[in-house]
Design a protein around this ligand. Structure first.
Ligand code: CMP
Length: 137
């Protein structure tokens, strides 16, 4: 059984579509093993996205991620990491397949509704960033 981390970003939280997005995970057979609403500090966002620190979009990414609350979840199931990425669609919503979360709810490559771990190794790191073991069931 795999686990992966999902973040519903500030744009989607502000649009009040948290429940709709979580339902898509459940409808696809994933279980929500942990979930909470939180707000990232600048230090949190810079640490979480440290792999992107030399990319030109890093500053805007951090500003956006601290602009409002997010909902972070641990998704669990068979192929959870790849399944979540399929449900999200391409990073740029203009390239996201119809019916994906980003095609339906995202506005731009920055305000792109959701984040999902891109490997099992990163999933473990990202889950541990947000959750204690006792919060995951
Ligand atoms: P996410 O999956 O959260 O990982 C990094 C984020 O950087 C990405 O989604 C996008 O929202 C944002 N971003 C902005 N510009 C780019 C870009 N050119 N390539 C990749 N990610 C970008």
């Amino acid at each position: 059984m795999e686990r992966t981390l999902s973040i519903i970003k500030p744009d989607a939280v502000a649009k009040n579509v948290v429940g709709q997005i979580l339902s898509r995970f459940e409808d696809a057979g994933l279980r929500i093993a942990a979930t909470k609403k939180t707000r990232l500090s600048r230090v949190d966002a810079e640490a979480f996205y440290a792999v992107h620190k030399d990319r030109p979009f890093f500053g805007e990414l951090v500003e956006f991620m601290i602009s409002g609350p997010v909902v972070v979840s641990v998704l669990e199931g068979e192929n959870a990491m790849a399944m979540n990425r399929e449900l999200m669609g391409a990073t740029n919503p203009k390239e996201a397949a119809p019916g994906t979360i980003r095609a339906d709810f995202a506005d731009s490559i920055d305000a792109n509704a959701v984040h999902g771990s891109d490997s099992l190794e990163n999933a473990e790191i990202e889950i541990n960033f947000f959750f204690a073991q006792r919060e995951i069931h």
